[in-house]
Write a protein that binds this ligand. Structure first.
Ligand SMILES: N[C@@H](CCC(=O)N[C@@H](CS)C(=O)NCC(=O)O)C(=O)O
Length: 215
């Protein structure tokens, strides 16, 4: 059985959770609280020297970095559940390209906003910094809106969707902290319909970040 080290609200850990469910794999979920210090214990640092989530352990093999974990799940368990990289070499390359773009550009834009809004005390908010973050997010959301031509980013549901969705969800989540950011208005019609599709997946609610449920 796979042991999955998870942190609530981490878009990277969420991606792996969605992938485990998509592949219908059995796993033991170990939720780690960011404030507990458990990510920095010698035991945890032995399996992930960066002290971050997600990490998996699978029969003595430990792996961190969410994109690598998702690829591993597909390669190690090709027959289980539904493929995370469906299609021919070109389709797979397209999915990998989208995963890379999400990690390199969409995340970088979102991170600016997360740092300025979520990880800064309200009293210290710098409106110029927040505006710059929002603009960076607007550019990326528009790029990803343009990329959608079918129901899912890679045509069929794939690792691309399971990577992009948690990053977009985190951007939308910032409205709870700062409603006037109005991230919703930056999401185009194709992406809105795609969000509905992802949120209708049978395993979606199970993976919803536990601490977001309280609001
Ligand atoms: N590139 C990594 C990013 C992992 C990451 O940044 N995780 C954050 C949560 S979103 C974390 O564990 N932070 C805790 C810390 O740095 O102490 C991946 O894709 O897995």
């Amino acid at each position: 059985m796979i042991t999955f080290y998870y942190g609530s609200g981490s878009p990277f850990a969420w991606r792996v959770w969605l992938a485990l469910e998509h592949k219908q794999l059995a796993y033991d979920l170990r939720e780690i609280s960011f404030s507990s210090g458990d990510l920095k214990t010698p035991e945890y640092l032995r399996i992930n020297p960066r002290g971050k989530v997600p990490t998996i352990e699978d029969d003595g093999f430990s792996l961190y970095e969410s994109a690598a974990i998702v690829e591993y799940l597909e390669d190690q368990y090709p027959q289980s559940g539904v493929s995370l990289f469906p299609g021919d070499a070109r389709s797979k390359a397209h999915i990998r390209r989208l995963v890379n773009e999400a990690d390199l550009y969409l995340d970088a834009a979102g991170r600016k906003l997360v740092l300025a809004v979520l990880f800064t005390d309200k009293e210290q908010w710098d409106e110029d910094q927040i505006r710059a973050g929002r603009e960076a997010v607007a550019v990326e959301l528009s790029t990803f809106e343009d990329y959608l031509s079918g129901d899912y980013y890679g045509g069929e549901l794939s690792a691309a969707d399971l990577t992009i969705y948690p990053l977009v969800a985190l951007m939308r989540r910032m409205a709870v902290r700062k409603p006037d950011l109005d991230v919703a208005s930056l999401i185009g019609p194709k992406m809105s319909a795609w969000i509905q599709r992802i949120e209708s997946l049978p395993y979606y609610s199970k993976t919803y970040p536990p601490h977001w449920k309280a609001k």
